[in-house]
Design a protein around this ligand. Structure first.
Ligand SMILES: *Cc1c(COP(=O)(O)O)cnc(C)c1O
Length: 377
């Protein structure tokens, strides 16, 4: 089956009672233990609505097992802690999502885990590895600078060293990138973004082999970040249109990126689909398409004034919804980082991150152009 078909049919349960085409919402937290091989319970991550979306993500990520969590951070922290403990080292990109970065800096020592932060090139990641390294955590494209990481090179190295690799695939979504095909062990998602897609729910996902999932499931069941069946249903409904949405958003993003690249008021555009962008060649090899996230810097103009002049694109944190949103990472996702650290990784105060939605691309370009003109006055 191809992606569009998988998104709609995989895992979805027809209603036996009515013949209805949608998975019924199974609300029970108390279930029969006598006549069942396995007792169903929401915190065991095994109810039918959880299972429906788990099967979809597993199939979309070209693997055997999926698991749905109550947030992206629930998925990421559980996957990491399942594979590292006291005395272990974890190598991570310093450009990872802010929450993952905070988890490492504020909490790894609590678990006796040492963390090495590296730059995004495969050579830097490999250089960061020590004999104690058990896990490598990467993200590609990264947030918010869209750096493209050579996934295959890192995965190949890690396999030789028996190091578990985890990638946050939120930005690309399984529509634009399937890292397990490139040798990565575990994919994690903030499903709050493209998988949910309508800015109205919070969830996370993990996808990997059955073998790799065993520990993650076992830890998840005691940590307890499970997703309510009612929200699972909303997520399932969204996932059915994932491919159509992300394809259209990606197409819009390319148009907007090219428009910004050619605009006299813009000094830099970060988008993997632009030929002049540093990560373009690797992105072309490892991604199906370039995704719908981009960042940019305005030349000599106040970026908060610019944002206030936008009429269609809304200032909002989060991303991946049907509506286009914009935010300055220095005040949002990376606010907890010190100014010096932000400077070091290239997240300037004037950097703006744009999540491209499903509006008409001409309207988006017009909105950006109008706002830029207004600020220059
Ligand atoms: C939002 C986000 C997360 C965290 O997900 P939550 O659902 O907010 O917990 C992790 N990684 C990336 C890349 C994100 O954009």
């Amino acid at each position: 089956m191809k992606n569009k078909t998988i998104a709609i049919h995989k895992g979805t349960l027809r209603d036996k009672k009515t013949g209805g085409v949608n998975t019924p919402i199974y609300t029970s937290s108390a279930n029969d233990y006598i006549n069942k091989d396995e007792t169903l319970y929401p915190r065991y991550f095994n109810t039918p609505n959880q299972d429906a979306v788990a099967k979809k993500i597993a199939a979309l990520e070209h693997t055997e097992a999926g698991l749905v969590f109550s947030s992206g951070m629930g998925a990421i922290s559980t996957a990491i802690l399942a594979y590292a403990g006291t005395g272990d080292n974890i190598v991570m990109l310093d450009a990872l999502y802010g929450g993952t970065h905070n988890f490492a800096t504020e909490w790894f020592s609590h678990f006796g885990i040492e963390c090495t932060f590296t730059k995004t090139s495969a050579a830097d990641v490999i250089k960061g590895v020590t004999p104690k390294t058990k896990v490598i955590v990467i993200e590609s494209p990264t947030n918010p600078l869209l750096a493209v990481v050579d996934i295959e090179k890192i995965a190949r190295f890690a396999k030789e060293k028996k190091i578990t690799t985890i990638i946050d695939n939120t930005f690309a979504s399984p529509v634009n990138q399937t890292p397990l095909d490139l040798g990565i062990d575990i994919v994690v998602h903030s499903g709050t973004k493209y998988l949910g897609g309508h800015s109205d729910l919070c969830c996370g996902m993990v996808a990997c082999s059955n073998e790799k999932m065993e520990k993650i499931l076992s830890l998840a069941r005691v940590l307890g970040p499970s997703l309510d069946p009612r929200i699972c249903y909303l997520l399932e409904r969204s996932m059915k249109t994932l491919v159509l949405r992300v394809n259209a958003q990606t197409k819009n993003a390319m148009e907007v990126a090219q428009f910004l690249e050619g605009h006299p008021d813009i000094s830099k555009v970060y988008y993997p689909g632009l030929e002049r962008f540093e990560g373009y060649e690797i992105a072309k090899q490892q991604m199906t398409d370039f995704g719908a996230m981009l960042s940019f810097e305005i030349k000599d103009k106040d970026s908060s004034q610019f944002i206030s002049q936008l009429k269609i694109i809304s200032p909002a944190v989060s991303l991946g919804g049907v509506e286009s949103t914009i935010c300055p990472p220095s005040l949002t996702s990376h606010a907890k980082m010190s100014a010096g650290e932000r400077q070091r990784i290239g997240v300037t105060d004037s950097l703006l991150r744009l999540s491209i939605g499903l509006e008409d691309a001409d309207d988006l370009k017009q909105d950006l152009d109008n706002a830029l003109k207004k600020v220059s006055q």
